[in-house]
Design a protein around this ligand. Structure first.
Ligand SMILES: Nc1ncnc2c1ncn2[C@@H]1O[C@H](COP(=O)(O)OP(=O)(O)O)[C@@H](O)[C@H]1O
Ligand SMILES: Cc1ncc(COP(=O)(O)O)c(N)n1
Length: 261
């Protein structure tokens, strides 16, 4: 009898199915990894926007973490929307029990709506990032975390370096909001800065790309990939997923990202 690899997502629910827990479990399944989920918030959300947020009580996030970690052999973890500073601090307190930790510091939805309250940026930088294997802010999130504008590839390189000073093993500043011939992400890994590129896909249907990138990375770590291999694999997976969603129309706003054929 063989145990499947288990990955855990600690994130918010997207009722529209494009991002959050729903995107994470889809990416885990597509990689052949069993997914457990700790729900930090409910969002009333669709492709157009976020119409409501109900954060889970911190004690109940802890109850879910205990239930999962006391029973299942979790080998990699992805965090998404953590909603409040106290949830970020709680997850940091559990970090010794969270292997292969990919932290996607979700702050805003593709629609521009905020997905947090309070000073989560400080909690992320000071409490959670020091435990992370990989941290994956987008341009806007890197800007909020560092309290300055991050809008060019040079800015992304400097941001990756400065965020790595928090103690994270690897930082990926994602360039999905910087259109060009290629989609360029900047990677700081063990002191070396490099670029992760893939062809730009011309589509509005990008809702959930960040969640999918981070959860595919966690799934590949769960399967034994190195950090570099996991990031390269996740980038290809997101690119193929975007190609699928470029060919569909779903919802009136920024439609959900798909999955590879
Ligand atoms: N239109 C696109 N074409 C190709 N890659 C994209 C596109 N949009 C986003 N990506 C890629 O998807 C991943 C998620 O990035 P991004 O969209 O910046 O994150 P977020 O969803 O957190 O805002 C990155 O690897 C980024 O380069
Ligand atoms: C519950 C939830 N979590 C995360 C996101 C960010 O989505 P994206 O992957 O597009 O940055 C979202 N819109 N909703």
């Amino acid at each position: 009898m063989r145990e499947p690899q288990v990955a855990l997502t600690i994130a918010g629910s997207d009722s529209g199915g494009g991002a959050g827990i729903q995107a994470d479990l889809r990416a885990f399944t597509m990689h052949g990894v069993f997914g457990a989920s700790v729900v930090t918030a409910l969002t009333a959300q669709n492709t157009v926007g976020v119409h409501g947020v109900a954060a889970t009580a911190t004690e109940f996030v802890a109850a879910q973490l205990d239930a999962v970690l006391n029973d299942l052999p979790v080998v990699a973890v992805k965090t998404g929307m953590l909603a409040t500073p106290s949830t970020v601090e709680l997850v940091a307190a559990y970090a010794p029990r969270l292997p292969g930790l990919v932290v996607d510091p979700v702050l805003v939805a593709t629609s521009g709506d905020p997905l947090f309250t309070g000073d989560v940026a400080t909690a992320y930088r000071e409490k959670l990032f020091p435990h992370a294997t990989v941290v994956t802010p987008n341009l806007h999130e890197a800007g909020v975390l560092l309290d300055r504008k991050v809008s060019t590839v040079d800015d992304m390189r400097a941001a990756a370096e400065d965020l790595a000073a928090t103690g994270a093993r690897c930082v990926v500043v994602k360039g999905g909001h910087l259109p060009g011939t290629d989609a360029v992400d900047v990677v700081w890994l063990d002191g070396v800065v490099s670029e992760l590129t893939a062809p730009w896909v011309n589509t509005r249907n990008t809702h959930g790309t960040g969640c999918t990138f981070a959860s595919a990375t966690a799934a590949l770590l769960a399967k034994g990939a190195s950090v570099r291999e996991a990031l390269t694999g996740a980038k290809t997976y997101v690119n193929e997923s975007l190609r699928r969603s470029a060919a569909w129309r779903l919802g009136a706003g920024s439609g959900p990202v798909g999955w590879p054929d």
